[in-house]
Design a protein around this ligand. Structure first.
Ligand code: NAI
Ligand code: MG
Length: 492
């Protein structure tokens, strides 16, 4: 393949049981560089039989990993974080080539990936239960046990970072894992699986199966031997997985994106706020579930604030990830098509294209930073996740109206408030229907803070100690101390 970078191999197999393994029928697909549209590598396209094999391998590895003393499990997981740091440049290069993002954004994603492993490593020997005071005749306590095999389906916007976000807590809790990265961006995940082995994760504990939603993804999420599912991606695919999970009553954690409001009041620092918001919508070319897609601006400052946003947007330099400019291409041709259809729709719905709106006339899936003004909240461009560098601007006049606009969507992932008034900020933070609220900043969540959605944005929490809930189930143990032999009745 015509690749200038020696870090990318020509072909990739599946990574199962600590070794590379070809698929049953040796089928492959091509992952390409979205900045040049050149093929990068041929990657194994897993079929249901391959998924079976991966799940069986994870199942066999489970008792050994579960029973590894917690402090040892923690040390091994910590070493994964250190190894990721050692390979940060290589991983960032792979990510930037395969996904398109500017190199420094890729480096930051990899740094974040290392932090997840380091952070959760410390929790491995602190996953304590409680004791419950029942009285003198019973000793009662809880233990927190892993589920078994954790299936993880990741999307193409932050492949390496989201691998770490799910796999690190799954591992410290004692689960084994099978991960299916998105077909657009499999390379960093495959390399991370190898790095896990190098760091001492036993064979079979981290397995990577590459391929498409059908048959690979669904063979994994419907597998009867999968004990818990973590999915990040679109609402329709999340719904499909949730319905299928009902068959085996498999618990699921879903992170499904958003349509996130940033509310700007006249007393906000408008220069700073314009910088926060442009970064919040144009980072990773807007392919961020927690992007600030809707900016809700008070009418008194509307025109001057919009002109600041336009100035910021027009200064953005766009280019391939390796040039490390402000913004790279969208991750795939299909996705560019989707974003361009939304830009066209915005025009037809009667919004005003204030800047941008064009795909670049060159190779690669580049689109300009785009701002629509005059948007009404019931327009589709204000309601649906575009997942591109497209900001919709909606004016408001009262605080109550701002809140109504902010909450009037099906999503509820994040929301932001920009104001100098502490009272107003807290008032609105209490009423925003979102799992995360940022005040006078954006992307205020870190690996330490719980992250997840209200409403259609998802179920469960990633990040922070809350994420461990997705990977541990509680067992209550009751021990009889009485000699009377008198039985308790149910429902007591
Ligand atoms: P998708 O949700 O279909 O894909 C995400 C992952 O799910 C990929 O690994 C894919 O192979 C897998 N998958 C697809 N169908 C599956 C099935 N039936 N069973 C199991 N796994 C399956 O998202 P897609 O089509 O790549 O993007 C569509 C839209 O989703 C985007 O335009 C964006 O709006 C949204 N999205 C949101 C993300 C977020 O961070 N919340 C991330 C990626 C996409
Ligand atoms: Mg690619």
């Amino acid at each position: 393949m015509s690749v200038s970078n020696e870090m990318v191999r020509d072909t990739y197999d599946l990574y199962i049981g600590g070794t590379w393994m070809s698929t049953v029928d040796s089928k492959r697909f091509i992952t390409s560089n979205p900045a040049t549209e050149e093929p990068l590598a041929k990657v194994a396209a897993a079929q249901a039989t391959d998924i079976n094999h991966a799940v069986e391998t994870a199942r066999e590895a489970y008792p050994g990993w579960r029973d590894t003393p917690p402090n040892e499990r923690g040390r091994i997981v910590y070493r994964v974080g250190q190894r990721i740091r050692e390979y940060q440049d290589e991983l960032a290069t792979l990510e930037s080539l395969d996904q398109g993002k500017p190199r420094s954004q890729a480096k930051s994603d990899i740094e974040g990936a290392a932090r997840y492993f380091e952070y959760y490593a410390g929790a491995a020997d602190k996953l304590e239960g409680t004791s419950v005071p029942i009285g003198p005749n019973q000793v009662d306590f809880t233990v927190r046990e892993p589920y078994g095999v954790s299936a993880q389906i990741t999307p193409w916007n932050f492949p390496a970072n989201l691998f770490a976000r799910g796999v690190a807590p799954a591992l410290v809790a004692g689960n084994t894992t099978v991960i299916k990265p998105a077909e657009q961006t499999p390379l960093s995940t495959l390399r991370l699986a190898e790095i896990c082995s190098e760091a001492g994760i036993p064979d079979g504990v981290v397995n990577v199966v590459t391929g498409f939603g059908e048959p690979a993804g669904s063979a994994l999420t419907t597998h009867p031997d999968v004990d818990t599912i973590t999915f990040t991606g679109s609402v329709p695919t999340g719904q499909t997985i949730m319905k299928q999970a009902a068959e085996n009553i498999t618990p699921i954690t879903l992170e499904l994106g958003g349509k996130n409001p940033a509310i700007v009041f006249p007393d906000a620092d408008l220069d700073e706020t314009a910088i926060w918001i442009t970064r919040a919508i144009f980072t990773n070319a807007g392919q961020v579930c927690s992007a600030a897609d809707r900016v809700v601006i008070h009418e008194d400052i509307h025109d001057k604030f919009v002109s600041r946003l336009i100035d910021c947007a027009e200064q953005y330099e766009i280019g391939p990830g390796k040039q490390d400019l402000d913004m790279g291409p969208l991750a795939s041709k299909d996705h560019l098509g989707k974003v361009m259809r939304y830009i066209d729709l915005g025009r037809r719905e009667g919004a005003t294209l204030a800047t941008g709106g064009k795909a670049l006339d060159q190779d690669g899936h580049f689109v300009e930073p785009t701002v629509f003004t005059g948007v009404k909240n019931d327009m589709r461009i204000a309601q649906e996740e575009i997942f591109g560098p497209v900001l919709t601007v909606i004016p408001f006049s009262t605080e109550a109206e701002a809140l109504e606009i902010a909450n009037d969507v099906e999503y509820g992932l994040v929301g932001g408030i920009f104001t100098a008034s502490v009272k107003r900020a807290h008032r609105l933070a209490q009423r925003l229907e979102a799992g995360n609220v940022y005040i006078n900043k954006w992307f205020g969540d870190t690996y330490q803070t719980p992250f997840g959605g209200y409403k259609k944005s998802g179920i469960g929490r990633e990040k922070g100690l809350d994420a461990l809930e997705s990977y541990l189930q509680t067992k209550n143990i009751a021990v009889n101390l009485s000699d009377s032999g008198e039985g308790d009745l149910p429902g007591a």
